[in-house]
Design a protein around this ligand. Structure first.
Ligand code: PBG
Length: 333
């Protein structure tokens, strides 16, 4: 790239920063409500709104309430929500059968939401951890997370979710071959239009702590997820995994966590040229939220700045618990 560099005083960089309108005119990236995907937690029961200790301001909603949340999303101009279940303990088993129950929490919620707000996009996570008494994303024997046996379970789970009306499946389990298995199963079952947003670059991160609390998986998790999630030291491996997922039939890829992995977002976008998303995960939310509750930072400005940094790194959109607050902020602006 040729850069014309003229020295001071011919060039004064501050000329382009002097007023709000000129800054706006030359801004390289813009944020909009359509960049936002809102992750929402669901619980069993009726008329319930349960606080989550490690995620101040975030709640689990029963299905009757989550349809109201879906309506809020539509009213705010948010295109898509991602649903995560807090599965009752007695339904968590070593074979994870609740994952492909057509009447499990996420499948029932999806049908209920689609009845009322059919044009709101719904993403469902394909992974066994909310249904596994061991808390892992895959089936487990002894100390081993079983890859190929898990694929059979994920296929059943994905089909149940797509049949409930999920628009996008988000395989987040990190088993090898899952995207191909899911794509072939969808094609074979007349579900050719179901999208796959693969959690391709999902790192073995400590930023997921509050989420595991939110879905009730933290207590049951034995060990860590290092044998299937990506080592935090690696970015080239993440790009290879994303390329593999696209070749197996993913339409879009995701990087997770978000802010600490902007280099990975940028590399994937530049190398693969596919729709790329980041997940600003629970730990990132919790850090910003608790600093702002202490009055240490200006939350509104920090939310906007982090969203812009995702755009700068080339992301097409961001999954963020701040989605409704950001949508309100962006509407007011
Ligand atoms: C589970 C899953 C996780 C998240 C999304 N899907 C947690 C994990 O892998 O342990 C984390 C999201 C967040 O922290 O906000 N497959």
């Amino acid at each position: 790239m040729s850069q014309i560099i003229t020295p001071y005083p011919i060039r004064r960089s501050r000329r382009l920063r002097r007023t709000e309108w000129i800054r706006d005119m030359v801004a390289e990236n813009k944020i909009s409500i359509s960049d936002l995907i809102w992750p929402v937690f669901i619980c069993d029961g009726l008329d319930r709104k349960e606080a989550i200790k490690s995620l101040p301001g975030i709640y689990r909603y029963s299905i009757d309430k989550v349809t109201e949340i879906a309506q809020d999303a539509v009213d705010l101009g948010i295109n898509c929500i991602a649903l995560f279940p807090y599965t009752p303990k007695h339904l968590k088993t070593p074979d994870c059968a609740e994952a492909w129950n057509p009447d499990n929490l996420v499948n029932r919620a999806t049908r209920a939401i689609k009845k009322i707000t059919p044009n709101l996009g719904i993403i469902l996570d394909v992974a066994l951890d909310p249904y596994n008494s061991d808390g892992h994303d895959g089936l487990i024997r002894g100390l081993e997370i079983l890859n190929d046996e898990t694929l059979i379970a994920l296929e059943k789970q994905a089909l149940a979710q797509a049949n409930s009306g999920a628009d996008i499946l988000g395989p987040s389990d990190m088993m090898d071959g899952r995207v191909g298995v899911i794509r072939r199963a969808l094609e074979a079952n007349g579900l050719k239009d179901t999208l796959i947003m693969s959690y391709s670059a999902k790192f073995s991160s400590s930023f997921y702590g509050p989420f595991r609390d939110a879905v009730g998986a933290s207590g049951s998790l034995s060990g860590d997820k290092k044998t299937y999630q990506i080592d935090c030291a690696n970015s080239r491996e993440a790009i290879r995994d994303a390329a593999l997922d696209i070749s197996e039939g993913a339409d879009m890829v995701m990087v997770k966590p978000g802010l600490p992995y902007l280099d990975v977002c940028k590399a994937i976008k530049l190398e693969l040229n596919v729709p790329t998303f980041a997940y600003q995960v629970s730990g990132e939310y919790a850090m910003i939220e608790s600093a702002s509750l202490n009055g240490f930072i200006n939350k509104d400005l920090i939310m906007l700045e982090t969203l812009l940094s995702f755009k700068r790194a080339g992301c097409d959109g961001v999954l963020t618990y701040f989605a409704p607050e950001l949508a309100k902020l962006l509407t007011r602006k």
